[in-house]
Ligand binder design. Structure first.
Ligand code: UGA
Length: 442
C-alpha cells in the first residue's frame, strides 16, 4: 500500500468544497483549496467559514494552524501541488430550465487542465447529469500537457447540510467511479483513513458513480412526497398523517427517516436534482423511466400552496391586510441556506397576496434579508408574533418546538397557528386555547 499520502487540491470552496478541504486536512492530508472568488479565499485563509455549518469553523482553525491547509486563486499553484484534484463546484439549476448549469464544472476543468504537466487524478464530486464524466475525461486528455496521463474518476458526495463534517469524516459509504486500477488505488490512498474505519465502498464505472448521487436524492425526494401525498388523502378523509407515518415507520423495510410529512423539501439539492434527472433522462430518450419525478415535484409544490390555504382558512378566507408571523426562513433547521426554501416561498406568496408578513429565523435572516428585501423581518419569534393574527411555523428549529403556547398567547392578537412542519404538540396548543392546524391532520 501507498505509505505516502497523496497531496490534494479542492477546486471550488463553496459548501461542498470547503467542507471537503477542511475535513481532508484534518485527516492529515496536505490540501490546497482553490476558488475563483478572491473574497471567499481571503475569508477562508483568515479562518472564516463563509456559511453556517456546525463544527466547521473550529476544524478550519485547527487545520490552518497545522499548516496542512491553504487557499489560493491560482490554478497553476493548485496543479503544481496536487496529486489528486477534487472538482467541487456547484451545478445549479439553469434559470427557467430544468437542466443544470455545467458552466462552473467546465470552467474548473478548463482552468486546471492546461497546468497539468504530470500524471495525476482529477476526481469529480459535483452532482452532474450522467454522461458528463465521459465528456470531461476527453476534455482533460485534450487540454492537459500530460495528456492521457491525467485520469478522471467520479466520487459523488452525500453530505447533508448541518451534518457536513460528520458525513464527510464518517460517510455511510464511498463510491469510486473509475476506469483503471491506478485510479482506484489513487482514490483509495486519498480516502485511506476513512476506508480504515471499515466504510463500505462501491467501486464502479463512471456513469454508475454519477447516477448513484441523483438516484439517491431522487429516492429521498420520492419518499418525502409519498408521505405528503398520503397527507393529501388524509386531509380529504379526516385521517391523521402523523399517526399513519408512525405506523408505516415501524416496518423496517420502510423506516421513519425522510417520512416526515409537512411543507416538503427544498434546498439547493433535492428539488434541482430531480428536475435535472428528469430532464437528462428525456434528453437521452428514457424520460418515461423517471417521469414519476415530475409528479414528486408537483406534490412537493402543492404542499406550499396548501399551507397557504390553511392559513387563509384559519383567517376566515382573507389574507389581505392580516398580520402573519412566519417562524423560519431556512430550507431546514440548523442551516442558513435559503435556496428554494419552502418557508420563504410561502412567506413571499402571502406577502404578494397582501398579508402583512413578518419573518424570523435563528440563522438565515441575513441571507433572507439580502435576497428578499421586500419582506419584513423580526429579531425573535416573540417579536414577529407581536399582534399577529396568525402564527405560521415553516422551519422546525428546536427553539420553535420549545415555544410555550402560554408565552405566545400573551403577545399575539389572535391565538391561531399553522404548524407547517408537525413540530408542535397539537393537544398542548389546543388546551392553551389556540386554533391549531397542520397539513394532513384533523
Ligand atoms: C440532501 C441529501 O439528504 C444529502 O444526502 C445530499 O448529499 C445533499 O442533498 C446533496 O445533494 O448535496 P440536504 O439538501 O442538506 O441534503 O438536506 P436534507 O436533510 O436532505 O433535507 C432536504 C429537504 O427535505 C429539507 O427541506 C427538509 O425540510 C425536507 N424533508 C426532509 C422533509 O420535508 N421531510 C423529511 O422527512 C426529511
Amino acid at each position: 500500500s501507498d505509505a505516502e499520502l497523496p497531496r490534494l487540491t479542492v477546486i471550488g470552496t463553496g459548501y461542498l468544497g470547503a467542507t471537503h478541504a477542511i475535513c481532508m486536512a484534518s485527516l492529515g492530508y496536505d490540501v490546497v483549496g482553490l476558488d475563483v472568488d478572491p473574497g471567499k479565499i481571503r475569508k477562508l485563509q483568515s479562518g472564516e467559514v463563509p456559511f453556517f455549518e456546525p463544527g466547521l469553523p473550529e476544524l478550519l482553525a485547527k487545520t490552518l494552524e497545522s499548516g496542512r491547509l491553504r487557499f489560493t486563486t491560482s490554478y497553476a499553484e493548485a496543479a503544481e501541488h496536487g496529486d489528486v484534484h477534487f472538482i467541487c463546484v456547484g451545478t445549479p439549476q439553469q434559470p427557467g430550465l430544468d437542466a443544470c448549469d455545467l458552466s462552473y464544472v467546465d470552467a474548473a476543468v478548463r482552468g486546471l487542465a492546461p497546468h497539468l504537466t504530470r500524471r495525476c487524478l482529477v476526481v469529480g464530486k459535483s452532482t452532474v447529469p450522467v454522461g458528463t464524466a465521459a465528456r470531461l475525461s476527453g476534455l482533460l486528455t485534450e487540454l492537459a500537457p500530460a495528456g492521457a496521463e491525467v485520469e478522471l474518476a467520479w466520487n459523488p458526495e452525500f453530505l447533508r447540510e448541518g451534518f457536513a463534517v460528520d458525513d464527510t469524516l464518517r460517510p455511510d459509504r464511498l463510491v469510486f467511479g473509475v476506469t483503471t486500477e491506478w485510479a482506484r488505488e489513487r482514490l483509495a490512498a486519498a480516502f485511506a483513513p476513512i476506508l480504515d474505519l471499515g466504510t463500505p465502498t462501491v467501486v464502479t464505472d463512471l456513469p454508475t458513480a454519477e447516477l448513484v448521487k441523483v438516484a439517491a436524492n431522487s429516492f429521498l425526494a420520492t419518499k418525502i412526497s409519498y408521505i405528503n401525498a398520503m397527507a393529501e388523502i388524509c386531509e380529504a378523509t379526516g385521517a391523521d398523517v402523523r399517526d399513519l407515518a408512525q405506523a408505516l415507520a415501524y416496518d423496517d423495510r420502510i423506516g421513519g427517516r425522510f417520512l416526515q410529512p409537512g411543507l416538503g423539501f427544498g434546498g439547493g439539492c433535492l428539488p434541482k436534482d430531480i428536475r435535472a434527472f428528469a430532464y437528462r433522462a428525456e434528453e437521452i430518450g428514457v424520460g418515461q423511466a423517471v417521469s414519476f419525478l415530475r409528479e414528486v415535484d408537483a406534490i412537493n409544490r402543492r404542499r406550499r400552496s396548501r399551507t397557504i390555504d390553511l392559513v387563509r382558512e384559519l383567517l376566515g378566507g382573507q389574507l389581505n391586510g392580516q398580520r402573519v408571523a412566519c417562524l423560519g426562513a431556512a430550507f431546514k433547521p440548523n442551516s442558513d441556506d435559503i435556496r428554494d426554501a419552502p418557508a420563504l416561498d410561502v412567506a413571499r406568496t402571502m406577502h404578494g397576496l397582501g398579508a402583512n408578513v413578518r419573518v424570523y429565523d435563528p440563522a438565515a435572516l441575513d441571507n433572507a434579508r439580502r435576497t428578499y428585501p421586500e419582506l419584513r423581518y423580526g429579531t425573535s419569534a416573540m417579536d414577529v408574533a407581536r399582534d399577529a393574527d396568525v402564527v405560521v411555523l415553516l422551519t422546525e428549529w428546536a427553539e420553535f418546538r420549545e415555544i410555550q403556547p402560554e408565552a405566545l398567547s400573551e403577545v399575539v392578537a389572535h391565538r391561531r397557528i399553522v404548524d407547517g412542519r408537525h413540530a408542535l404538540d397539537r393537544d398542548a396548543w389546543r388546551a392553551a386555547g389556540w386554533e391549531y392546524r397542520a397539513l394532513g391532520r384533523p
